[in-house]
Design a protein around this ligand. Structure first.
Ligand SMILES: O=C(O)C(=O)C[C@]1(C(=O)O)C=C[C@@H](O)C=C1
Length: 117
């Protein structure tokens, strides 16, 4: 029988799983499965994911600080707050590498450095 489950994204998804085989143990609470081999692998992968997330956060903060320094340096020298040609170059780099999500990511990166438009 089909059962509704709410996945971690918060969106409901449907799975062909009888209610009495839903994972319910302690491992399942942490990893989403009662299968110990799968749970062990998931925990190991999550360690690397957490490491990557910490690196992304540190790089995000470093980039924002550098971007603010560029803006302050330019404005102190009588220049403009923004350089739109440079922003277009960055948006294109991210779009080429990551597609539409890359464009969104680049917009957030640029906003973090120079503030909202
Ligand atoms: O490269 C610059 O000139 C910057 O000011 C940095 C930066 C960026 O965050 O990459 C920020 C604002 C500019 O409009 C363009 C790029």
């Amino acid at each position: 029988m089909m059962t509704d489950v709410v996945e971690s994204s918060g969106s409901p998804a449907r799975h062909d799983r009888p209610e009495d085989t839903n994972p319910t143990g302690a491992a399942a609470a942490r990893t989403g499965t009662d299968d110990s081999a799968a749970a062990e692998r998931i925990v190991a992968i999550r360690e690397r994911i957490d490491e990557i997330d910490r690196t992304i956060i540190a790089l995000w903060q470093e980039r924002a600080a550098l971007s603010q320094e560029v803006g302050a340096t330019r404005m102190a020298a009588g220049g403009t707050r923004l350089v739109l040609s440079r922003e277009r170059e960055i948006l294109e780099r991210f779009r080429q590498a990551l597609g539409a999500d890359g464009t969104q990511l680049a917009l957030l990166l640029l906003r973090a450095g120079r503030g909202p438009l």
